[in-house]
Write a protein that binds this ligand. Structure first.
Ligand code: 7RM
Length: 654
């Protein structure tokens, strides 16, 4: 197995990490679960465990089978009918939650909006009717390309209400990435905005969308949210007659009465694209009943969610974390959810902590890359705000190095808040490995144990249980992906071909005698840059698309804030000369092709790339070069001199 260069959390550090943090007594005493027994009960009968959680949701028709499993095909709660929007909204209207906050939103410029459950129900129903009016029905795909505004959640819920399949595309993606995703899913309607605020600037989403749509034939209508007329003016948003419509015009005319469409449990709720080992992102398909069951249960137990909590997850709705833990999980639980549009350092580096104080945030969920940035910015920014309401902290997206964990615990959590390090993926849909904050003793850098009802282990290539190797999920789980949109072969090959009937997530992991999992990072050609998944092949395709580039090989290198950064080795075409300007141009080219999250940190020009005699690029050697490490075995290379020259050149430049 090739262990990836894991961010700071070098294996050595983890091996030496022996600090332990039992749940604080005060926390344990009031926690939803404080007894180990839950693990044993779930293990004794996982299907009964999940069925109990599903039973807390509202079903129009009860299921007949909890699980039908013929690997890799799973059917959860088959025969049952439910609606996700109904469970997130209508279900809360008969009790005291009706007029309580569902969504507390703050825009980057400081404007705010709060929606009660009743408000959110009304807005969702109106927009659902508007979509129907545009001819959107059950099973149709709707692309959503929005900033972090309430309309993003409303649009998702509106799709769910009428059984349309949403495909949310992160607002930071380029027109080309947006077009690829629209085309793959053959979306009928696109929902976007005139713009969104980021660090005081306006991201011109509608302009990007117009560019994308030059390449898309499936889109019949574009709905445009006016994030603010001031933005519409700066972005000079224009609507194409017959195709484009303002969101506010549509909802103004729409009825607020829209019955929720009963959905068969296994029908698709959404598609979300994620990077894999080829240049083409995968459309991960999620179901309705199983997905909602697991996001509901994990939100409740992992975050110990209570009626008086104020919950804030800082992810973007364009990622799975935003789907499961801003929208569906928390709203299914009737939580008060904080949503923030902009950057953590605008107008200054204290913005997140001001928001925590202002709304009395009690549960805070973010990514290790953000924590490392906060550490770098300094404690004084944190000290300006009162964070005493916080009672639980979470992390997700990448391994957390113990130093960042300890800082998070001390500076943000005031040494009183448990930290839940949650391991999961776009494909798993919901949290899989995590502490239960009232039960599990935590260890910095470890996601600890599988959630009750989930079976995880570590296997070798040949399927033997080993202390260090590949992470593996050995039983089906309710929120598992059902397929890759339009490519069931890729689904089977990527996740289900390594072992028989066992899911391969693509991560390396290790375990000690206590059984705690330490997830070390990807073992495939997928990078994790600032918590974002980026395929090396996607970046390579973007580079070779430039007229000066003959060949490119992309690897990850450790970065103290982002975890990994992108290093690209580039061979130029005959007659092209390496220069700083060209390096700059190529970085910009990648950002333009994919989105700025994929901008390479280093471009290293090279006359040749190190290849085996069969012509395979040896990324391991390139990684060693990018990391400034001693070169490993070069004997299998066609020309061992290539890599020596490359290393010299890199060290000159560095
Ligand atoms: C939720 C999300 C998934 C990949 C996954 C891992 C890495 C996520 C953790 C983690 C160590 C964690 N979905 N990852 N959480 N690694 N500890 N707690 O991030 O599809 O975008 O990425 O992220 O490599 O495979 S994702």
């Amino acid at each position: 197995m090739t262990l990836p260069p894991s961010p700071e959390a070098a294996l050595d550090d983890l091996l030496r990490e022996d600090r332990r943090f039992p749940p604080p007594t005060a926390f344990r005493d009031g926690a939803r679960v404080s007894d180990e027994a839950i693990y044993r009960e779930a293990e004794a009968d996982p299907e009964a465990f999940w069925a109990r959680w599903a039973g807390e949701l509202h079903w129009f028709t009860p299921w007949t089978e909890v699980l039908e499993w013929e690997a890799p095909r799973a059917r959860w709660f088959s025969g049952g009918e439910l609606n996700v929007a109904y469970n997130c909204l209508d279900r809360h209207l008969d009790g005291p939650r009706r007029n309580q906050a569902a969504l507390i939103w703050e825009g980057e410029p400081g404007d705010t909006r709060t929606y009660t459950y009743w408000d959110l129900h009304r807005e969702t129903s109106k927009f659902a009717n508007a979509l129907k009016g545009l001819g959107v029905g059950k099973g149709d795909r709707v692309a959503i390309y929005l900033p972090m505004v309430p309309e993003a959640a409303i649009a998702m819920l509106a799709c769910a209400r009428i059984g349309a399949i949403h495909s949310v595309v992160f607002g930071g993606f380029s027109p080309e990435s947006l077009a690829d995703r629209i085309n793959d899913a053959e979306a009928k309607v696109l929902i976007t905005a005139d713009g969104g605020y980021r660090r005081g600037n306006v991201v011109p989403l509608k302009r990007n969308a117009d560019q994308a749509l030059e390449r898309c034939s499936s889109i019949e209508h574009v709905v445009v949210v006016a994030r603010g007329w001031n933005i519409a003016r700066t972005t000079q948003t224009t609507l194409k007659p017959g195709r484009d419509l303002w969101y506010h015009d549509l909802v103004a005319e729409a009825s607020a009465d829209c019955p929720a469409e009963p959905m068969e449990s296994e029908e698709t709720l959404f598609i979300l694209y994620t990077s894999g080992t080829t240049g083409k992102p995968k459309g991960v398909v999620h179901s309705t009943g199983g997905y909602l069951t697991q996001v509901y249960a994990t939100t409740r137990l992992v975050f110990d969610l209570r009626d008086d909590d104020v919950y804030w997850c800082t992810a973007d709705v364009g990622w799975i974390t935003g789907h499961s833990y801003i929208v569906y999980g928390p709203l299914a639980n009737g939580a008060a959810v904080v949503m923030y549009e902009g950057a953590p350092d605008f107008p200054d580096r204290g913005r997140f902590w001001e928001i925590c104080e202002k709304y009395g945030v009690t549960i805070f969920y973010t990514a290790p890359t953000a924590i490392r940035a906060f550490m770098k910015w300094g404690e004084e920014w944190v000290g300006k705000s009162d964070l005493s309401r916080l009672r639980l902290l979470g992390t997700v997206g990448e391994p957390i190095n113990p130093e960042a964990w300890i800082w998070y615990h001390r500076v943000i959590g005031g040494e009183r808040c448990p930290i839940v390090d949650t391991w999961w993926q776009t494909e798993t849909g919901a949290i899989m490995i995590t502490p239960l904050p009232g039960v599990t003793e935590t260890r910095p850098g470890s996601a600890t144990r599988a959630f009750p009802g989930i079976s995880a282990t570590i296997l070798s290539e040949t399927g033997e249980e080993v202390p260090a190797g590949y992470l593996a999920i050995t039983r089906p789980w309710p929120s598992m992906l059902r397929t890759i949109w339009g490519d069931d072969t890729r689904f089977r090959e990527t996740y289900w071909s390594k072992w028989d009937g066992i899911y391969f997530p693509g991560d390396g992991a290790k375990r000690e005698e206590d059984g705690y999992f330490w997830v070390l990072g990807r073992v495939d050609d997928v990078l994790n840059v600032a918590g974002h998944r980026i395929g090396t092949m996607e970046v390579e395709s973007a580079l070779v698309d430039h007229p000066a580039v003959a060949e490119a090989a992309v690897v990850g290198k450790s970065h103290d804030v982002k975890g990994q950064a992108i290093a690209a080795f580039v061979t130029l075409k005959e007659g092209r000369q390496p220069s700083d300007e060209l390096a700059y141009t190529l970085k910009g080219h990648v950002a333009e092709k994919i989105g700025s999250i994929a901008r390479p940190e280093d471009i290293i020009f090279s006359a040749d790339l190190p290849k085996t005699r069969s012509g395979k690029i040896m990324r391991r050697l390139l990684r060693d070069i990018a990391e400034g490490k001693a070169l490993g075995d070069t004997t299998t290379l066609a020309d061992p001199d290539v890599v020596r020259r490359l290393k010299e050149r890199y060290e000159e430049g560095a």
